[in-house]
Write a protein that binds this ligand. Structure first.
Ligand SMILES: [Mn+2]
Length: 350
């Protein structure tokens, strides 16, 4: 069952109150936004604009790297643009979706408070806004926004329905990962309104040659130890590749835990995935990264980053190797010395 209409109506009232001094609202996603973040942001922007007559814009930092995510923005013609310094003006307020300020995965400056926060990650102690809606039992933030949209009485365009459908399905790996009844119901409600042809073209995009080059590198730099796989990509241009490889390597038979590390000029980026529904990947990664950086996530998905702009190359490499060792130790392996290359030609005995 979806959330009771009365409850959603109360959310609208609180949201309207939170926006009373807002002349213009910028809806900000986390950095390098994924389909859950983008679809949630465009839906919130539409709701606020249509219901409360406040001009809105959707902004992000970082890059949209994954081919599917780029395709989604392109084929649906979604208006999302990079956040600029000039966006910070008097009367302009911020809403954030699919993230919470101070997590390390977003570019909302410390001095800028958000008036609205809508998210499905665990509530942080520091999270404060005039309107906060955090539902950690939801597989996707897009599910929360779908409930809002369904209850708003506004027209649901096929563009929004398609974006939200893809937001939910990609975030939950086709409703298989961390999806609950609400995610399924929201997806079903959107299904008749979504454009299947566009959805298919988003899900099966053309891939750049750079994709194959990085994939090749990932295949050659992936190592297996018992039920765990670790992939080290070195320097990458597209930060999204780290999460993609972490997901992809979980497909290897007998593997239950996957970690991928890559490095941009600014950050070491780490993704952890597990098939263990009680794996608590977000906390797992937070403990793994510790004070070196920031991390978050949910049960089967974790992401983190370590700022490395001013670090020597060797130190970065050392940190990455240490992370892989700690990853295995945290999984309970005492002597994680010999990892087998994924592409070994030797028969593997397990
Ligand atoms: Mn999400």
């Amino acid at each position: 069952m979806l959330t009771e209409p009365e409850e959603i109506q109360q959310c609208f009232q609180k949201m309207e109150a939170a926006l009373k001094n807002t002349k213009r609202l910028i809806v900000l996603t986390h950095d390098n936004p994924d389909p859950d973040a983008v679809s949630s942001a465009v839906t919130l922007a539409y709701l606020v604009n249509s219901k409360f007559k406040i001009p809105t814009a959707v902004k992000y930092s970082g890059i949209v790297g994954r081919a599917e995510n780029r395709a989604m923005i392109r084929v649906l013609g979604l208006r999302v643009t990079p956040l600029k310094d000039s966006d910070f003006k008097r009367g302009v307020n911020f809403a954030v979706v699919d993230m919470q300020p101070g997590t390390g995965n977003n570019s909302l400056p410390k001095r800028q408070k958000a008036v609205i926060i809508i998210d499905h990650h665990p509530l942080r102690k520091t999270t404060k806004a005039d309107f906060v809606d955090i539902r950690i039992d939801y597989g996707a933030t897009a599910t929360i926004l779908t409930e809002y949209l369904l209850e708003s009485g506004l027209e649901i365009s096929s563009t929004l329905a398609t974006a939200l459908s893809y937001g939910i399905s990609s975030e939950t790996q086709d409703l298989g990962r961390e999806a609950g009844e609400k995610d399924i119901q929201a997806y079903l409600a959107l299904f008749p309104k979504s454009n299947k042809k566009l959805l298919a073209s988003i899900e099966h995009p053309k891939l750049s040659r750079d994709y194959f080059i990085t994939l090749n590198r990932a295949l050659h730099h992936s190592f297996i130890y018992k039920n765990a796989i670790a992939s080290s990509l070195g320097e990458i241009e597209n930060p999204d590749f780290v999460a993609f490889i972490a997901d992809f390597m979980l497909k290897v038979e007998r593997i239950n835990w996957s970690m991928c590390i890559g490095r941009t000029p600014e950050k070491i980026i780490v993704s952890v995935r597990t098939t263990n529904t009680k794996g608590d990947a977000g906390n797992f990664l937070r403990r793994l990264i510790g004070k070196k950086g920031t991390a978050g996530g949910h049960g089967m998905v974790g992401g983190g980053q370590i700022i490395c702009e001013t670090m020597e190359h060797e130190l970065c490499t050392h940190i990455e190797e240490q992370l892989i060792r700690d990853f295995l130790i945290k999984l309970g392996y005492r002597e994680p010395g010999d990892m087998t290359p994924l592409l070994t030609t030797e028969p593997i005995h397990t």
